[in-house]
Design a protein around this ligand. Structure first.
Ligand SMILES: [Zn+2]
Length: 141
């Protein structure tokens, strides 16, 4: 557990009641500390059982969101383990709707890009095949 971040601070963090400097510090600690992430997840679960859901707070809490490039790298699985863990935590434990939407959008784009490459390859292949055909054969069509 981090010596720097108290349970009260995490609680205030979830309440969106901290100064930006404190938020930044907590988020930096969260990225680097698996136990702290677990502590935060546990705290969120406790609160979810209570009266108010934290989900809405997190949905407008964009500061903790990884950058779009990081999400892209996450998709490719090329992030450092710590960051990969953090993004996974952010998506799966926190279930950030904003980042999930972002991620889905990128997946679609990636699939589109894959499709384009395949189409280009096919076209290239067809035109190459055309070049290889003898003039006789071409007349037939
Ligand atoms: Zn997010």
């Amino acid at each position: 557990m981090s010596a720097l971040i108290t349970r009260e601070m995490l609680s205030a963090y979830l309440d969106d009641a901290l100064a930006e400097a404190d938020i930044a510090q907590i988020e930096q600690e969260l990225r680097g500390s698996q136990p702290l992430r677990q502590q935060l997840a546990a705290l969120m679960q406790e609160r979810d059982r209570g009266e108010h859901s934290v989900g809405a707070i997190w949905r407008r809490q964009r500061l903790s969101c990884p950058a779009r490039e990081q999400l892209g790298s996450y998709l490719l699985g090329v992030l450092d383990d710590d960051v990969q863990d953090y993004v996974q935590f952010h998506l799966q434990t926190i279930g950030c709707a904003y980042c999930m939407a972002n991620l889905a959008d990128m997946q679609t784009q990636q699939q589109d890009a894959d499709g384009q490459v395949k189409k280009r390859r096919k076209r290239y292949y067809q035109s190459s095949a055309g070049l290889l055909q003898s003039p006789d054969k071409k007349k037939k069509s």
